[in-house]
Structures are given as C-alpha cells and as structure tokens.
Design a protein around this ligand. Structure first.
Ligand code: MRU
Length: 359
C-alpha cells in the first residue's frame, strides 16, 4: 500500500499526486519552503492531507531553524507559519494545523528553562506533534468509516466527486473511507467516480486507489452524473469537504454543488464525510468561505497540451459551496450530524470525550 505522506526524521516524504496514475514517485522535502511549494503545486492535496503536510512543514521549519534565542525562534516561527498559510486558502485543515502547531510551540516556550532548553523542547515537541496529526487523522477516518458505513445499503452504487480517499488524507480517506468500511462489512458497493475536471482527481486518483483496493469503480465524466441518476443507477452520493461553515454549508471541489442539486432532483441521498478539523465554526455560512481561484491554464491546457483556442478567456474556481439544504447528513468522527447543523455540529465540538480535532 502507498503512503500519502510520512515524516522521515529529516524531511517529509510524499507520493507525487501530480504524476499519478502514470508514475508512482515519492519525493522527500527537507525544507519548509519546499513543503509549502508541494502544497501549492498539489503534489499533495485534499484537505486533511494538506493539514498533515502543513503540520510537518512547520515542524521541519522549526527543526531546521538556527535561532540562538527564543526571540529569534519566535520570529522564524512566524515566517514559517506565514509561508505555509499562504499556499492554498480554502481547506481550513491547513489553518487548523498551523494553529495546533502554534499552541504546542507556545506551550514549549512557556515551560521554565534557558533559551537553549526551550528551543530544544520546541523542536522536539513540534516534531512529535506533526507525526501525531498524521496518526490521528488515520484513526479519525476509520471512526468516520464506522459511523458512515451504516448509511450505505448493500448492493448499491455510490457516486463520488474529486478524491476524498487515502491520497487526500493521512490514509484510509473520508468519503472513500466510508466506502472502504462498508465494503469491509461485507456490503457489495460499487463506485461511480466523476473524473473531476480540470485537475482530474477522480480519474487519476480515486479510480487509481479504488482499483488498487479491488473496489469496483466506473469512471464517468462530470456531465454524465445526471444521466446515471435519472436512470436509477446511483443510490447515494458521498463526497469530502474542504471547509464546512457553522450552518453546514460545504465547500468542496468545483462541481460538487451541481452534483448535490442533481441528487436532490433525483431523490438520492447526498452525504458529506469530513473530520471536525474541516469544520469552521467561525464562519456562519458558506458565503464567507474563501474560494481558491487557480490558473486558467489548468482549464485551457492539460499537462502542457493546449485544449482550447489560444488566448481564450477561462476561469478556474477550484471549489464551490453547496448550501446545507442539499445535504442529507454530515459524517464526522464523532457521529452523524443532520439539520439543524448549527446545533448538531457545535454539539460535536462541545462534547467532553477525548477529542482528536479540537479547535
Ligand atoms: O484541490 P484539491 O484536490 O485539494 O481538492 C480536494 C477536494 O476537494 C476534496 O474533496 C476535499 O479536500 C476532501 S478530501 C478528504
């Protein structure tokens, strides 16, 4: 089995998702600007995986710092956090991870000791925390799988959009984790994967990882989803999320909104699987979620080959927002939330049991 991301001791190793499925190449980054660039260029992508990369990038930057005093280390930390925070704006997991690392950093500096002791402690604790973010993410996905599997009926076909699998997380996946868990329970599930223009996460990544697992997957282009829904060939839709507002509005890969509207029209349940680290209670509604606008060249070209007229105007919002009224439920590691999300999502944060993803 492949590893999406791991800590090597002196760097961060990732499978290069821009080259899949043709080439399975691992890259090791040994500086935080390299990790930031890997996030920006989508060598690693998917909200939870971006969170893990951000945490490890911060750990790496602090580990490599030559600061001799706490003041110098603080200044280095701010530069590192700022660089990582300016890579991709939509997935809140990135900011969640930087904040989590900042809290550990502050705790390490607050404990008594000389500057040298504090610096050493900060480096050690951040290195440990980066790895903890990864292992917790996998456990969270498995918990989501346990909760969500019950929602999928036996012998059903499930449509997914983009890639919310092992590649988009520390491992196992959110939406694909739910599918994997249902399959592990013995349910006969087959998947329709939207190819997900323009970056083709569905064709390149979802199809690749499901096929590797032996889960039956059929690739369709994005504009085929309505056709198959109308023909009763799809029984449920399950997707991941990049950021969920307090009212349950969901930002996810561009095209998700269209799928949700089609699902409603065809009376098909539409589920979102996401960890609490993807829920941003600070935003009242999805209107406030920043939407990344990527290069139009990703629309007019495919791997350097021009597929549109020269100099044509093109747009590339990388995400859209699905209003919560289209959702059947949100699956989290703490259970399944239904409308009114303002109450049900907040209740998951307020619970007192050990929480992996606190904000
Ligand atoms: O642009 P990407 O590939 O980072 O977008 C990824 C998605 O939209 C995923 O659906 C989302 O991050 C959930 S991943 C578990």
């Amino acid at each position: 089995m492949f590893k999406t991301i791991e800590w090597t001791g002196d760097g961060v190793r990732m499978i290069d998702q821009t080259l899949l499925p043709g080439e399975e190449i691992y890259r090791t980054y040994r500086t935080y600007p390299e990790v930031a660039e890997a996030i920006r260029s989508m060598v690693i992508r998917g909200a939870p995986a971006i969170g893990v990369a951000a945490a490890m990038g911060v750990a790496l930057g602090v580990k490599n710092s030559r600061a001799q005093s706490v003041a110098e280390l603080r200044s280095d930390f701010e530069t590192i956090a700022d660089t990582i925070s300016h890579t991709r704006p939509t997935a809140v997991n990135l900011f969640w991870a930087v904040k989590r690392m900042r809290d550990v950093f502050e705790k390490a500096l607050a404990a008594p000791g000389s500057d040298a002791q504090k610096i050493g402690r900060a480096k050690t604790l951040l290195e440990q925390e980066g790895q903890r973010v990864l292992t917790e993410d996998i456990a969270i996905n498995e918990a989501m799988g346990r909760h969500g599997a019950a929602l999928l009926s036996d012998s059903s076909t499930v449509l997914t959009h983009c890639n919310a699998g092992a590649l988009a997380t520390g491992g196992f996946g959110t939406a694909l984790g739910v599918i994997r868990a249902a399959v592990a329970e013995g349910k006969k599930i087959s998947v329709f994967a939207d190819e997900t223009r323009p970056f083709l996460q569905g064709a390149r990544l979802t199809a690749w990882e499901l096929a590797k697992d032996g889960i039956p997957v059929t690739l369709i282009t994005d504009n085929m989803a309505g056709h198959f829904m109308k023909q009763s060939q799809i029984q449920a839709v399950i997707v991941g999320a990049d950021r969920i507002a307090a009212n349950g509005d969901v930002a996810n890969k561009i095209g998700t909104y269209s799928v949700a509207v089609l699902a409603r029209e065809n009376k098909i349940p539409f589920y979102v699987a996401a960890p609490l680290s993807t829920i941003d209670l600070e935003l009242a509604s999805g209107d406030q979620i920043p939407i990344e606008e990527r290069s139009p060249e990703e629309v007019t070209h495919w791997r350097g080959i021009q597929t549109a007229p020269e100099n044509i105007s093109a747009r590339h919002p990388a995400f859209d927002v699905t209003p919560h009224r289209y959702l059947t439920a949100i699956i989290t590691e703490r259970g399944i939330a239904r409308d009114p999300y303002t109450k049900t999502l907040k209740a998951f944060f307020d619970r007192k049991d050990p929480q992996h993803a606190s904000r």
